[in-house]
Ligand binder design. Sequence first.
Ligand code: GN1
Ligand code: MG
Length: 370
Amino acid sequence: MTEVNGFNLEKLVGQFQIVAEFVEGHAWTKGHINDTYIVTCRQGGTPIRYILQRINHHVFLYPELVMQNVKMTTDHLRKKIGEEDKHDLTRRTMTLVPTRGGAPYYRDRDGNYWRTYVFIERVTSTHVAAQPSQAGQVGRAFGLFQKRLADLPPEKVQETIPEFHNGLLRFEALEKAAAEDSAGRVAGAQAEIDFCRKHRGIVSLLLDAQARGELPLRITHNDTKIDNVLFDSDSGEVVCIVDLDTVMPGLAHYDFGDMMRTLTSPADEDERNLAKVNMRMEYFEELAKGYLAEAGEFLNQAERDHLAISGKVITLILGIRFLTDHLNGDSYFRVHREGQNLDRARVQFKLVESMMEQEEAMKSVIAALS
Ligand code: GN1
Ligand code: MG
């Protein structure tokens, strides 16, 4: 199709430095925030695919800054990865296609921000780890990601969504949504709201340690769910880390915690059968081993000591965010059915419980690896 969701994809890709004829494009609907299209063009008789994305400028209020970060991060990673091995560079890093004028994004007449990436071929993605070794691979990949970005001057990386992982502010937003009850959903979510209130102390554990000066700011990915990792279709090895929109100064724990959330649970983020949701220790062990194999080189002792609790912090914060959005009438996270954000929140809360039950064992795993 040329026209999708009212956007002329042929005209849009024509804004970028693509020397090829447009063949077709279609929507890819998995992300919760941006609109993504897969576009096929033909160059010299060979089909070539691109990712065309419309940045959600209600979530990312300064898309220019997001793109400045993405450009700097991808350039830096390409240089680093290329120094090790030049083979397949446009598969192992995200590659932006500039506009005809050389900019990293195109702004249309309605004020939408568009960008184009080289499509990475022969890869698969998933939202649940298939075996513990896959959790280990992803842990290692994000450890390496942080390590490769460690020499990027933090002050040059913009905080594109300020206070993104500030659990206290997220909690306040939940209380506000509960008080307003704008969508009339509070009565149906009372148990979940109570859960958040009961565990309120968890959301500030990392902030407190940071305030005590124990946890330094690093450049982090901030959205390390397994969905954001591409695996080679043949070998199953990690090929590339994607979704660099939230690369910002942050705590290493934001990345590790979100990996715990998505790599240790056997269930989808919106699974309705909560009996399926739990933190699996053998996945955690491999994840920790893989991550520390790279990040162990730069983490300080306090950072290591807080790894085991980072999962419950990040998972609770995300649960609070899903619940808040449910109460607000689903204005932030895209939903495909009614109640999906409440289901997502419930999964997170079940995982938090499972992580709390196994906390001592997780701490022992980390201690043994340090
Ligand atoms: C959102 O859009 P996507 O899927 O990359 C969200 C993350 C959440 C994630 C949960 C900018 O990411 O923070 O962890 O959903 N991104 C933003 O699946 O809010
Ligand atoms: Mg994201």
